[in-house]
Design a protein around this ligand. Structure first.
Ligand SMILES: [Zn+2]
Ligand SMILES: [Zn+2]
Length: 336
């Protein structure tokens, strides 16, 4: 069994903090050839590769042919709904079952020492974070995602898009697909920052932040407007030269990649001595402190560029406190 204290430390409450700072892309730090290779590997493996695998399966097994999708009919739309629900149950349910229900590795590598089930809170539906998050993911976010998927496929099928054949534009389609995560993080940084604008936050984004101690089902637990904002960029593929696969993969990426920041563990143990790096500390800190890490800086360092980055270290805590202090002083000065 791995000793998590070889990889991090625990505070008095038992919360786990990984050693070292959250990594930034080489163009924001040390620009060596090996750092570029490590960064490329990090953004491709394992999460992007897994989600790309889901998208390939989706395209060949789940998605009907374009001819069928020319008309909006119950059969194929229901098929897409059911597929999304099953996939979400398998994907999020896998992490939930293993780490939160069976507690296979107990609290080893767990950022927050408590499990959400130990903290019943009034503001959750049924006073239970897990039930609240599950219902919102399945019956709010998933239907919005599938509705967008249906509209986009229907538009492609009817020639309302600038459709290209992926076989004729292999390099373009390949590059766009591999850059999906970069597009998503860039868009998400600005959309997310906007969601923290006070009136919008208290009306909408607070639903997601209710889960201060996130768990897998928190990934898609949103207000409907937040979910719509999350999936909206997929419509851009109707405006640029694109294959329908690209839009579908973007929706899959926005659906399945969010689990990384909400698993709540630094590593998932495999067997006796193995482990998969999850790297969700950046977004965990966002749930804990609210005004840091609006995107995954390991992919695109937007927070570092805009001064909202918390690198996960004690120095990161100090810088965050200093920023907060300056903000309070500025607000007090304006009031006077
Ligand atoms: Zn979150
Ligand atoms: Zn937020």
């Amino acid at each position: 069994m791995l000793n998590d204290l070889d990889f991090g430390e625990r505070n008095k409450r038992g919360d786990f903090r990984p050693h070292g700072a959250i990594g930034l892309p080489p163009f924001a730090g040390s620009q060596t050839a090996t750092s570029y290779l490590a960064w490329l590997k990090g953004i491709l493996w394992p999460w992007n590769a897994l989600i790309l695998g889901i998208s390939v399966f989706w395209w060949f097994v789940v998605v009907p042919d374009m001819e069928t999708m020319k008309t909006l009919e119950f059969g194929w739309i229901a098929r897409l709904f059911v597929a999304k629900w099953v996939a979400l149950c398998l994907w999020l349910g896998f992490f939930e079952w293993r780490l939160y229900v069976r507690k296979q590795q107990d609290r080893r590598f767990k950022y927050n020492a408590k499990f959400p089930s130990e903290q019943p809170l009034d503001y959750f539906w049924f006073k239970n974070q897990n039930i609240d998050n599950f219902l919102r993911s399945m019956f709010v976010s998933a239907p919005i995602c599938v509705a967008f998927e249906v509209i986009i496929f229907w538009a492609f099928a009817n020639g309302y898009a600038n459709t290209i054949d992926w076989q004729d534009h292999l390099w373009y389609v390949g590059a766009m697909v591999l850059l999906t995560g970069t597009f998503h993080e860039t868009y998400f940084f600005f959309a997310h920052w906007f969601m923290h604008w006070k009136p919008f936050y208290s009306w909408c984004h607070t639903v997601h932040h209710n889960s201060i101690n996130p768990s897998p089902w928190t990934s898609m637990s949103n207000h409907p407007v937040e979910s719509a904002l999350q999936f909206a960029p997929a419509f851009l593929y109707l405006l640029v030269p694109a294959a329908p696969f690209m839009a579908m993969h973007h929706l899959n990426f926005a659906t399945f990649s969010t689990v990384v920041g909400h698993v709540g563990f630094e590593k998932m143990e495999i067997g006796d001595t193995g482990a998969i790096d999850i790297h969700g500390y950046s977004h965990y800190l966002h749930h804990k402190h609210f005004e840091v890490n609006y995107c995954d800086n390991a992919v695109m360092p937007w927070d570092q560029w805009f001064g909202s980055f918390h690198d996960g270290t004690k120095e990161g805590d100090r810088l965050m406190q200093a920023r907060y202090q300056r903000k309070v002083e500025k607000a007090n000065a304006t009031e006077v």
